[in-house]
Ligand binder design. Structure first.
Ligand SMILES: [Zn+2]
Length: 385
């Protein structure tokens, strides 16, 4: 019965996308929900699997494409954004206590986590973060997905969730592509101003990415494709609402009932949002198993998914001296030059938690600081000059 319900939901969603074939038909809270024609077939939908409750972990590649320093999002912001995603998709978000009593029974832990990829598509060690200085932008027309158009090519979208961070044109906050999108443009794009956690409300708590990944996993907006009370998201436990919410009116009523303005798939302010529902969880997890199975990793096999365990700061003092600070003072550090050769150095304690690395000889250009902490590798590129 459960399986059948989910199947119906998926079919409803597919037909919704098909009717909106190929158009940018909406600007949502600033997100343009790109409704592209998924090449999905009923035959594939029948492969729908029962949700076993497995803890899923998804490898993410961040492509930071910047034109100016402010757009070059820091590693710290990347980790802050990951933390938000891991909180929201596991219902560990501290503001879950604010979920209205009426909706608490349907609030769901989706049991989906995200981690920065540590291997490339060929299985070689990699950082999972690309940084590209560009003269292009603001970005429109999918240019961000291509090296040749000033953006960055996707990593294999069957294996990774690609997230681009850049300056988006036309006031768009971000967009996420539904399952079935052409591989070259599949993934999530977030404007750098709404990425991570900042001090500038109301869209400053990383919920743009939570919302767009919801689209990437096949969720629609609560009001469906067209809005009005005859259109909805095809999910039983999210009430029908007339259209997008814009701020945080928790008493909002439309289409004969209380609206779920705290849902991540509405367009409320970031501080307002705090839940996915059980129905949304079923759709997302089913889409993962059926259409995005290449990104599924068993969370229990991924060490240190929670990014907050790691902090790594590097300061370049001169061509042969770096200061490295990390949250784990016993973590092993190595340095690698641009040709992949190990750079020898002598290590001394600089202060609590920080070490001075005196390199044996001068280094010029890019080098990578690799921190090995509890079996995980964290890499930071630095420019020595
Ligand atoms: Zn949206």
């Amino acid at each position: 019965m459960q399986c059948r319900k989910a199947l119906v939901t998926v079919l409803v969603l597919l037909s919704a996308w098909r009717t909106s074939n190929g158009q940018f038909n909406r600007i949502c809270r600033a997100d343009r929900h790109r409704v592209s024609p998924p090449e999905l077939h009923v035959g594939r939908v029948q492969a729908l699997k029962e949700d076993t409750g497995q803890e899923i972990a998804i490898p993410v590649v961040f492509h930071i494409v910047y034109n100016g320093i402010g757009q070059n999002i820091t590693d710290q912001q990347l980790h802050a954004q990951l933390q938000v995603l891991n909180d929201d998709y596991n219902r560990k978000n501290p503001d879950s206590i604010n979920t209205l009593a009426a909706f608490r029974p349907v609030a769901a832990n989706c049991r989906i986590s995200f981690f920065i990829a540590e291997k490339d598509a060929a299985g070689n060690p990699a950082t999972g973060v690309t940084r590209t200085a560009t003269t292009h932008g603001p970005f429109a027309n999918d240019d961000i997905h291509f090296n040749s158009r000033g953006g960055h090519d996707a990593w294999d979208t069957r294996q990774f969730l690609n997230i681009w961070v850049c300056n988006l044109a036309d006031g768009i906050f971000g967009y996420g592509s539904p399952p079935g999108t052409a591989e070259a443009t599949d993934g999530v794009v977030i404007d750098y101003r709404y990425f991570g956690v900042t001090d500038t409300p109301p869209y400053n708590k990383g919920r743009t990415a939570t919302h767009e990944i919801g689209h990437w996993l096949g969720l629609n907006h609560l009001w469906g494709d067209t809005g009005g009370c005859t259109s909805d998201d095809g999910i039983e436990d999210t009430p029908t609402q007339f259209g997008a919410s814009t701020d945080c009116d928790l008493t909002r009523v439309s289409c004969g009932g209380l609206n779920m303005v705290q849902n991540y798939m509405d367009q409320s302010h970031d501080a307002c949002m705090n839940l996915f529902t059980r129905g949304q969880r079923a759709v997302m997890r089913n889409n993962l198993f059926v259409h995005r199975s290449g990104v599924i990793h068993d969370k229990s096999l991924i060490t240190g998914v929670a990014p907050e365990q790691h902090q790594l700061y590097v300061q370049v003092l001169n061509t042969n001296t770096l200061v490295v600070a990390s949250t784990d003072p016993s973590a092993k550090i190595c340095l690698i030059d641009v040709l992949g050769r190990t750079i020898p150095f002598t290590e001394t304690q600089a202060s609590e938690g920080a070490r001075t690395l005196t390199l044996h000889g001068d280094v010029k250009g890019v080098c990578m600081v690799v921190l090995v902490q509890k079996g995980r590798r964290f890499v930071q590129r630095v420019m020595v000059d």
